[in-house]
Design a protein around this ligand. Structure first.
Ligand SMILES: NC(=O)c1ccc[n+]([C@@H]2O[C@H](COP(=O)([O-])OP(=O)(O)OC[C@H]3O[C@@H](n4cnc5c(N)ncnc54)[C@H](O)[C@@H]3O)[C@@H](O)[C@H]2O)c1
Length: 362
C-alpha cells in the first residue's frame, strides 16, 4: 500500500507527455523519474512538468530508471518495437507497470510479456484507454446492461487524420509498429472483445496504403502501412463485428463511431460530440422512437490530452490497482489478444484470405 504513488515515465514523446500531464492532475501522484534516449524528448517532459521538473531524475533508458529505485509505478510510452526490451528490466523489478498499446508488435513477443507478467505481485496493465472515454464506457455499460437485447452486430468506425510524425519516423514502417491493424486498430479489437464478451474465431481484412505517405521516403525506403481497411471479425458466440478504418478522412464529423445492434434495439455512440443514440425496434412503417443523450467529460480531463479524457480516467483506474483498491482491468493477456486480432488482420490483408485465429495459436 502506498500513499502517494511515485511514477516514472519511459519514452517522453507525444504519448509520454500526455501521461505526464494526466498524472500531474491525479490526487496522490508525483513524477519522480523520466527516461528517454533523446534529449529533445526529455525537454518536452520537463516543459510539461513545469516547476515540478526540479528534482525529477532523468535517465537514458528504463534499466537505469528502475535501478534509480525511486518509483512505485512505471508508464511505458516508447515506440511499439521497443516495448519488449524496455519491459525486460521493469518486469524483473517490483514496480507496477502500465505499458502503452500495442503490448508488442508480434504475438510471439506479447506471449513473452504475458509469461513474465503473470505471477508478479505488482500490477501489469496494458494501456487500452479507448475503454475509458466516458461516452464509450457508457455505450459499453448500456449494452452489457441489456438495453439493446441480445447483441448480434457491432460496427466500429474510425475516420480520422493520417498518422502524425513521430520521433525518428518509427511509425512509417510495419516492422516498427506491427502494422496499422496492430498499432492503431488494437484499440478497436480490444473494444470488440470487451463489448462482445467472447473471443474471435476468424478475421478477414481488406486494406492497403492507397492515399497517405505515398511520396514519403526514409533513407530511400517507402512506408508500408495500411491507411484504409474494412475488417470483419467472427466471434465464438455468433456475434459479428466490423471495423471501418480510414486515415484520410480528416474532415469527418465523428472521429469514432460505434453501433451495436441487438434483437431489441440499436445503440450508437458518436465521438465527438460524445452522444448516445438509442433506436428501439418499432416494427414496419411505425413511428421511430429515437432517444439522444449526451455523455459529459470533465473539462480538466478533456484538456489534459487528445483522447477525449480517456488518459485521465485510465490513470484513475490504474492508480486504484497500484494502491490495491481495485483489480487490473486490462491485463497483459488482453493486450496480447488485441495484438493477435491485429496480426491476423495484417496477414489477411497481405495474403487476401480469411485468417483463422487458430493459425496464431489462439
Ligand atoms: N493510447 C493511445 O491512444 C496512444 C496514442 C499515441 C501513442 N500511443 C503509444 O505510445 C507509444 C509512444 O508513441 P508516441 O506517439 O508518443 O511516439 P513518439 O515518437 O512521439 O515518442 C516516443 C518516444 O520514445 C523514445 N524512445 C525511443 N526508444 C526508446 C527506448 N528504448 N527507451 C525509452 N524511450 C525510447 C523516443 O525518443 C521518443 O521520445 C507507442 O507505443 C504508441 O503506440 C498510444
Amino acid at each position: 500500500m502506498v500513499e502517494t504513488i511515485r511514477y516514472g515515465v519511459v519514452g517522453t514523446g507525444m504519448m509520454g507527455v500526455e501521461h505526464i500531464r494526466n498524472i500531474l492532475i491525479q490526487p496522490g501522484a508525483t513524477i519522480t523519474a523520466i527516461a528517454d534516449p533523446v534529449e529533445t524528448s526529455l525537454g518536452w517532459a520537463r516543459a510539461a512538468l513545469g516547476e515540478k521538473a526540479d528534482g525529477v531524475a532523468a535517465y537514458a533508458d528504463a534499466a537505469a530508471l528502475v535501478k534509480g529505485g525511486d518509483v512505485d509505478a512505471v508508464i511505458v510510452a516508447s515506440p511499439n518495437f521497443t516495448h519488449r526490451a524496455v519491459l525486460e528490466p521493469l518486469l524483473d523489478s517490483d514496480v507496477a507497470i502500465l505499458c502503452e498499446k500495442p503490448l508488442c508488435t508480434t504475438v510471439e513477443d506479447a506471449w513473452w510479456v504475458v509469461d513474465r507478467a503473470e505471477g508478479r505481485a505488482a500490477p501489469f496493465w496494458t494501456g487500452m484507454e479507448y475503454r475509458y472515454m466516458p461516452p464509450a464506457a457508457a455505450f459499453i455499460s448500456q449494452i452489457h446492461g441489456g438495453r439493446i437485447g441480445r447483441l448480434q452486430m457491432l460496427l466500429i468506425r474510425e475516420h480520422r487524420f493520417p498518422f502524425l510524425e513521430k520521433v525518428g519516423n518509427w511509425n512509417r514502417f510495419a516492422a516498427n509498429t506491427g502494422g496499422t491493424m496492430v498499432e492503431k486498430c488494437c484499440h478497436f479489437f480490444d473494444l470488440m472483445r470487451l463489448i462482445v464478451q467472447a473471443e474471435p474465431v476468424r478475421v478477414y481484412c481488406s486494406g492497403a496504403m492507397d492515399v497517405n505517405h505515398l511520396d514519403e521516403r526514409y533513407d530511400g525506403r517507402a512506408p508500408d502501412i495500411i491507411d484504409n481497411s474494412f475488417t470483419t471479425v467472427d466471434f465464438a458466440n455468433g456475434v459479428r463485428a466490423m471495423l471501418d478504418l480510414c486515415m484520410f478522412a480528416d474532415g469527418a464529423e465523428h472521429q469514432e463511431e460505434m453501433s451495436a445492434t441487438g434483437d431489441k434495439a440499436r445503440l450508437d455512440v458518436l465521438i465527438p460530440p460524445g452522444d448516445l443514440v438509442f433506436s428501439p425496434r418499432v416494427g414496419f412503417l411505425k413511428d421511430k422512437a429515437v432517444e439522444r443523450a449526451h455523455v459529459p467529460v470533465d473539462p480538466v480531463a478533456m484538456a489534459a490530452g487528445s483522447h477525449y479524457g480517456a488518459t485521465y480516467y485510465q490513470h484513475e483506474a490504474f492508480a486504484r490497482a497500484v494502491r490495491g483498491e481495485g483489480g487490473v482491468e486490462v491485463t497483459a493477456l488482453d493486450g496480447l489478444r488485441a495484438v493477435a486480432i491485429g496480426q491476423a488482420a495484417e496477414i489477411s490483408a497481405r495474403e487476401k484470405r480469411v485468417v483463422e485465429m487458430a493459425e496464431l495459436g489462439l
